[in-house]
Design a protein around this ligand. Structure first.
Ligand code: HEM
Length: 527
């Protein structure tokens, strides 16, 4: 007994000493950080959201959990409009230095060894704790998105449409006579995930409910856990983060169980040189690129599976949230009836012109559909702060007009405020579905759609930053826009849709804004 209680005591003491050391370490690091160049620099900048009261800095960082949007609008009016930078508090993470839209081009022209995106993205998903650091933000699956997927989109239009149709039949299984209530975000996520996985890994996996469920749960779990980890002070993370991720890893294990047999089958086919035996999709391209890399580790089926899961992670939530916003914005608009009529007219006309089949060329002609989605991305920005970068150049960077940002400073752009700036968008607080279609919707003397450059959804700019901008702008946007356009076209042609009440407000959490998970739609098959 003595021995046991002694052991118990000594374990307790060791834990106590460790905790003590850790807290001392945290306080020392906080003091050192406060003395660093970066902190001195931040202290000398104009801040938003800080009121003259007790613990002002701490209270403003706490308020940033749900109040970042207001801070950004305040800073935009007071500083960005005068081409100045401002500092934005951020709870439990580095504060942001917000640059005005006029400086975005200059920032994005800087090479990656001066301003870095990857490190910021890795931190947002807390990849140090949540895992897969070896593939997060780099490598073969990203090359596949950038090159093969975007170039070969036309091969998949019909397949995506087939899966969307099946997905809607399952998720929005309404009749012509009765309204069915569906959960907007959840049902969209199911439909998007099925259609996207057809292109990522073929018919078998995209119709395997367990695989789809687990990839979705893994991503949602990871985003939620990363969000919580990022809210924790640094010293608490090593204690709480490891147990938090254990359960989520289980989803990844089940994904592997389901997908690895298919991956091994493909590996065999492709390695045997039977090019025709392998389906054309992202999985095949990942394997081909892995073979070309001449790195045997890349051919590990587990690693290939983790890449497939990562593809799901970057693609499904972003697309589902965006299409949910589109539906909530469109059908809650006082002009919904006119917009929907205009969209239906366009879809029927374009489909007839293309022989009744959805092809990439047909989707390209959906100018009003394109505009409606783009308008919603402007009006209900997913990112409150975007173009996230960190200065990694030793002696900092210059952005002209005397703006110098030292190493370690985290940079962002005021997305929400740019998208509501009347200089770029007349009546910015109105959801005008055909805002971007008006210039393109007229026909020339040969009956061709007049293409006004820069109006379509995939074109990014200093005034449209929903997909980022510059060389790191979302490489999946061509794929995402094709999927979302086919989806909206399918909805307006096949369903009547209404909201059970007013549009529910999106939920702001730090720098992101998402539709409430319980937001509902009422749907009915068209008469
Ligand atoms: C509507 C849906 C989507 C939205 C709103 C969106 C938005 C974004 C944004 C804002 C960025 C950061 C760009 C920057 O900072 O300049 C980004 C990066 C990225 N997105 Fe998307 N995205 C969407 C869909 C997709 C899809 C479907 C894929 C894959 C098929 C994808 C893959 C990626 C990747 C790999 C990156 C990192 C790029 C890099 O590191 O250079 N995204 N996305």
């Amino acid at each position: 007994m003595d021995f046991l209680s002694n052991t118990h005591l000594s374990t307790g003491s060791v834990l106590g000493i460790c905790a003590g050391l850790y807290i001392t370490y945290s306080i020392l690091s906080a003091l050192l950080a406060a003395l660093s160049n970066q902190s001195r620099y931040l202290r000398s900048q104009p801040w938003v959201g800080i009121k003259a009261n007790w613990f002002a800095k701490f209270r403003s960082s706490l308020a940033s959990i749900t109040g970042t949007r207001d801070f950004v609008f305040e800073g935009y009016q007071n500083f960005s409009k005068n081409n100045k930078i401002f500092a934005l508090p951020s709870f439990a993470s580095k504060s942001w230095v917000m640059i005005p839209p006029t400086k975005i081009r200059e920032l994005l022209a800087k090479p990656d060894h001066e301003v870095d995106l990857r490190g910021v993205l890795k931190e947002l998903i807390a990849s140090y704790w949540t895992g897969d650091e070896d593939i997060a933000g780099s490598g073969i699956h990203l090359d596949v998105i950038r090159h093969q997927l975007t170039r070969k989109l036309e091969l998949f239009t019909a397949d995506i449409h087939t899966e969307l149709e099946q997905g809607f039949n399952e998720q929005w299984n309404a009749t012509k006579d009765e309204w069915l209530t569906v959960t907007a975000l959840e049902s969209s996520m199911m439909i998007v995930s099925r259609a996207a996985n057809r292109v990522f890994s073929g018919v078998e996996l995209c119709r395997n409910e367990e695989y789809l469920d687990r990839t979705r749960m893994y991503s949602s779990g990871l985003f939620a856990i990363a969000g919580l980890i990022n809210l924790m002070p640094l010293w608490l993370r090593p204690i709480l983060a490891p147990p938090m991720v254990i359960w989520n890893r289980r989803h990844q294990t089940v994904c592997k169980k389901t997908a690895v047999p298919e991956i091994e089958r493909r590996l065999k086919v492709i390695q045997s040189g039977d090019a025709k035996g392998a389906e054309t999709d992202a999985l095949t391209w990942i394997i081909e690129n892995a073979i070309n890399s001449r790195d045997p580790a890349e051919l590990n089926p587990d690693k290939i599976c983790r890449r497939l899961v990562r593809l799901n992670m970057v693609a499904i939530h972003t697309t589902s949230i965006t299409i949910t916003n589109v539906l909530l914005d469109l059908y809650s608009s006082p002009r919904a009836e006119d917009f929907v009529e205009g969209l239906r007219e366009e879809c029927s006309r374009v489909l007839a012109e293309h022989g009744g089949k959805w092809t990439k060329a047909a989707v390209n002609d959906l100018v009003r559909i394109d505009s409606t989605i783009k308008e919603s991305m402007r009006y209900s920005s997913l990112a409150i702060v975007g173009i996230m970068r960190e200065v990694v150049k030793e002696d900092g960077i210059d952005l002209g007009n005397g703006i110098h940002l030292p190493k370690g400073v985290r940079i962002g752009a005021p997305n929400v405020a740019i998208h509501r700036d009347p200089t770029y968008y007349p009546n910015p607080d109105e959801f005008d579905a055909f805002r971007f279609a008006k210039a393109r919707d007229s026909l020339d003397e040969k009956g061709q759609v007049l293409e006004k450059r820069g109006q379509n959804i995939v074109t990014t700019g200093e005034d449209f930053v929903a997909f980022g901008h510059g060389r790191h702008a979302c490489p999946g946007r061509f794929f995402a826009s094709q999927e979302m356009k086919l989806m909206l076209a399918y909805i307006v042609m096949n369903y009547d849709v209404k909201l059970p009440g007013p549009r529910p407000r999106n939920m702001d959490i730090k720098i992101n804004s998402v539709p409430p998970p319980k937001a509902q739609l009422m749907v009915r098959r068209r008469q």
